[in-house]
Design a protein around this ligand. Structure first.
Ligand SMILES: NC(=O)c1ccc[n+]([C@@H]2O[C@H](COP(=O)([O-])OP(=O)(O)OC[C@H]3O[C@@H](n4cnc5c(N)ncnc54)[C@H](O)[C@@H]3O)[C@@H](O)[C@H]2O)c1
Length: 351
C-alpha cells in the first residue's frame, strides 16, 4: 500500500475550507493538523473538519515531525517565508496563489525547494476546471495549430475583497493584478504552452476605489487604507514572437454579473474562446467559415482536484503538477506590469 501523506494546513480561512474536501477524498493524503493565529477560528474550523492537532503558530505545525506536507493558505506576503521554513524542516509544500508577490521571493522558494529535494506546487485551481482541461486537451490535439496571439480578461464591476490581506500592499504585495490577474494569466500561459515572456507594457490604476463613498460587494465601504490598484493590464511579447493582451479589474464600469473570465486564443489553424470552448476556423479549399463546439467537460470541484493531484504526484514520484518555474513566469509578467505602469514605458521581463 502506498504511503499516506499527512497534511498540515496553515490558515483556516476560505482556501483551507475548499482544500479540505480534496485531502479527504485523496487516497494518498490525510488532513492531520491545522494552524492559525486566530484561536477561535482555528477551533471552529478544526471541530468542523474533525482535525485533532491544532497550533496557534505556523512554526509549531512546520516543526511537527508527523507532518509531511505543508498547505499554505495565509495572506500572500507570508507565502515565501512559510514555504522556505517548511522546506528547511523537510516538508513538501502546496502554496496558494500567488506563489509569492515578487519573482525574487519565488526564486528564493525554488532554491529552498531544491536544497530540500521536496515538491512545491502552486494552487492554481483554474487549471482544474473541467472546461480548462478540455480546452488544453483540444490544443494538445492541435486544433488551433500554432498559437500566436491571446487575449485574456478577468473583470469585476464591483468586487474588491475587503480583507486587509488583499487591499493593504504590505500584506498582499498588490491589488487586482496580483489577486485575480494571477489566475487568468496562469491559465492563459498554460493554454499557450508557457512561452518565455520578454517585454511588457502595462498600466495600473486606482481611480474608482479612491472616490469618496466608493463601495464594494454588498455596498460595503472601501477602507481608505486600501493602497493597491483596482484595475491593471498590459501587452506582453514572448520569445517566439507570440503576443498577449490582458485586462484585470476589481472595479470597472463594465457590464459583468459578478466576474467575467475570458481567454481568446488565436492560432494558425483556428481561434478558440474559453470557457465557452468554441472553435472559430475556416476551410480554405471550400472557402467555408467554421464554428464548432469543442469538448466541454464539466469537471469536479477544482480546489479539491488540485489537492488530489498533488497527493498523487507525491505518492507516484511525479513532478509537481504546477511547478514554481511556471509561477515565476506569471509573477515576472505581473511585476513587469507594475514596473511599466510606474515608468510609463515598455520594460523587460526579469526572469
Ligand atoms: N485559489 C483561490 O480560489 C483563492 C481564493 C481566495 C484566496 N486565495 C489565496 O489564498 C490565500 C489565503 O486567502 P484566504 O481567502 O483563504 O484568506 P482568509 O483571510 O480567509 O484566511 C487566512 C487565515 O490565515 C490566518 N493567518 C494569517 N497569517 C497567519 C500566519 N502567519 N500564521 C498562521 N495563520 C495566519 C488568518 O488568521 C486567517 O484565518 C491568499 O494568498 C489568497 O490570495 C486563493
Amino acid at each position: 500500500m502506498s504511503k499516506v501523506f499527512r497534511v498540515g494546513t496553515i490558515g483556516v480561512g476560505y482556501t483551507c475550507n475548499v482544500h479540505a474536501p480534496g485531502w479527504k477524498e485523496s487516497p494518498h493524503a490525510e488532513l492531520a493538523a491545522l494552524a492559525d493565529l486566530n484561536e477561535e477560528a482555528l477551533n471552529r474550523v478544526a471541530d468542523r473538519l474533525e482535525v485533532k492537532k491544532r497550533y496557534t503558530t505556523a512554526r509549531e505545525l512546520i516543526e511537527d515531525p508527523e507532518i509531511d506536507v505543508v498547505d499554505i493558505c495565509t495572506p500572500n506576503m507570508t507565502h515565501a517565508p512559510l514555504a522556505v521554513a517548511a522546506f528547511k524542516a523537510g516538508k513538501h509544500v502546496l502554496c496558494e496563489k500567488p506563489l509569492a508577490p515578487t519573482p525574487a521571493e519565488i526564486r528564493r522558494m525554488i532554491k529552498a525547494r531544491d536544497a530540500a529535494g521536496k515538491l512545491l506546487m502552486t494552487a492554481q485551481h483554474m487549471r482544474y476546471l473541467g472546461t480548462a482541461r478540455a480546452m488544453k486537451a483540444e490544443i494538445e490535439r492541435g486544433v488551433l495549430g500554432r498559437i500566436y496571439h491571446a487575449r485574456a480578461w478577468i473583470l469585476r464591476r464591483c468586487g474588491v475583497p475587503l480583507g486587509p490581506g488583499f487591499i493593504r500592499r504590505e500584506l498582499s504585495g498588490g491589488g487586482a493584478c496580483i489577486d485575480i490577474g494571477v489566475h487568468i494569466l496562469d491559465l492563459t500561459l498554460w493554454l499557450m504552452g508557457f512561452p518565455r515572456p520578454v517585454t511588457v507594457s502595462g498600466f495600473s490604476r486606482n481611480e474608482l476605489s479612491k472616490r469618496p463613498n466608493a463601495f464594494s460587494w454588498g455596498r460595503q465601504p472601501i477602507p481608505e487604507s486600501m493602497d493597491v490598484e483596482d484595475f491593471a493590464g498590459g501587452f506582453v511579447r514572448f520569445e517566439g514572437g507570440q503576443t498577449l493582451m490582458i485586462e484585470i479589474s476589481w472595479l470597472l464600469h463594465h457590464d459583468t454579473p459578478g466576474e467575467v473570465q475570458r481567454v481568446w486564443l488565436y492560432g494558425t489553424e483556428g481561434g478558440a474562446e474559453w470557457p465557452a470552448n468554441k472553435l472559430i476556423a475556416d476551410d480554405l479549399p471550400t472557402r467555408q467559415l467554421i464554428d464548432r463546439q469543442l469538448i466541454l467537460h464539466d469537471g469536479g470541484a477544482p480546489h479539491a482536484l488540485e489537492c488530489i493531484d498533488f497527493a498523487r504526484a507525491l505518492a507516484q514520484g511525479l513532478p509537481s503538477p504546477v511547478p514554481a518555474e511556471e509561477s515565476l513566469y506569471v509573477q515576472a509578467i505581473l511585476d513587469g506590469i507594475y514596473r511599466s505602469a510606474e515608468q510609463g514605458r515598455e520594460v523587460k521581463v526579469n526572469l
